[in-house]
Design a protein around this ligand. Sequence first.
Ligand code: SPQ
Length: 429
Amino acid sequence: MNVLPLTTNVSRLNGEIQVPGDKSISHRSIMLGSIAEGKTTVSNFLSGADCLSTISCFSKMGIVIDREKDFVTIHGKGAYGLQEPEQLLDVGNSGTTIRLMMGILAGQSFYSVLAGDESIARRPMVRTVLPLREMGAVIDGRMEGKRTPLSIRGGQLKPITYELPVASAQVKSCVLLAGLYSTGTTTVIEKEKTRDHTERMLAKFGVNVKVNGLNVSVDGGQKLKATHIDVPGDISSAAFFLVAGAIVKDSEVRLKNVGMNPTRSGIIDVLKEMGADIEIHPYSGNVEEEPVADLIIRNSTLRGTEIKGSLIPRLIDEIPIIALLATQAEGKTIISDAKELKVKETDRILTVVEELSKLGANIEATEDGMIVHGKTMLTGGTVNSHGDHRIGMMLSIASLICNSNVDLEDSEAINVSYPNFFEHLQSLM
Ligand code: SPQ
C-alpha cells in the first residue's frame, strides 16, 4: 500500500483554482449521450477513475467515445443502439455508474453482467433492483440480487409510480431512465429533494420531464437528441478547498466556475451558518441548465451548528469535510439524519470518526451521524483513506493544520474524483 507523507503546519493558503468537472454530471453526459441519436460533445469532463469506468462500460456496448483531455465526443446510437457486451461491465468504485446504468440496461433485451471493486461489492443494490424488477426486468445477483455481481436481462418495461424508500438521486435517476423504456408514464416520488442533474440533463437532450414538487415523471418512448454539455466545476471537490481556506489561518482561496445547483449547495449554507467569510459571484447567463459561480473564502472564526433533515441530501458527500470544519469551530456540531453515510464507498460515519480521532479530534459517532466538539488542536499520525476518495482528501486538508507529521495510507483512492488534487493543493502554498 502506498503511504504519502502529507504537508503539515501550513502558515497560509493563497491563490485561485479551477476545480475539475462535476462527477455526477460527467457520468450522466456519457450515459445520455450514448442513448441519444447523433454526436454529443462534452467539455470540462471529469477524467477521474469513476467517470472513466462509465466510458469503458458504454464502449463495451459498442458506443464510440473519443476523449481528448477533458473534451469528449460520444457517437450516440439511440435508445436501442447499445449492443450486448461480450464481457462483464466493470464499474470500478462507482456507485453512480452501476445504479444509473441498471436503469438503461433494464430497457435492453440483451443480457449483461455488472460488477465492481470490493467497495461496490459491499454496497446495497437492492434499492435499484426492486423497482426495476417491478417494471419487468429480470435481475439476479449475489444474495438474491442485493449485492454485485448482478445480471440483467431487460426489455419493454411497465411504467410504475415509485415512492423512494431512501433519499437517493441514484435510485431516482435509475427509475427515470428505465421509465424511458416503459409503455406509459413513470413517476418517482421523493422523500427529500435530491440532486436533480438527471432531470436537468434529460431536458437538455429534448426529453419532456415533469417536475411537480417531490414528484418527477417521464413518458416512455421519448427520443434523446444529441447536444453539447458544458460540465461545471464539482462543488463536492470545491468543498475541500472551501474548508481549507476557512480553517488555515490568514488564507484566501478563490475557486472558479463552481456548480451551484441548489440541490448540491448545502455546504455553502453550512459555511455561512458557521460564520465563514465567503463571497459568491454568480455567473450571468452562459450556463442555463446548471447554475455556476466563482467563490472566494477567507479564514475566519467559526461556530458549531446543527445539520439535519432536508439539508442532508444537499451535502451528503461533503459530510466528511464538514466534520473536519467542525473540529475548528467553537462549540458542538451535531450531524443527524445521515444514515445513508453508512452505504457510501465506506461507512463514512465510522471512517470519519476513526481517522479524525487519530489526529486528536473530539468526535463521536451516533446512530445516524456524528457529534463534533470544537475547537481542537489537531496533532499527527498515520491515517488511512480506507480506499475512499473523500476520506483521503479530507485527511489531506486536515494535515494542513496538524502540528506534527501525518502519513496517508492508500492515497491513490483520490483519483476517483480528483486526479490533480495534490497539484491544486500545492499551488495554494
Ligand atoms: O458514485 P458514488 O460512488 O455513489 O459516489 C458518491 C461520492 O461520494 O462521490 C457517493 F459515495 O456520490 C453519489 C452521491 O452520494 C453520487 C450521486 C449521483 O451522482 O447521483 C448521488 C449520491 O448518492 P445517492 O445514493 O444518495 O443517490
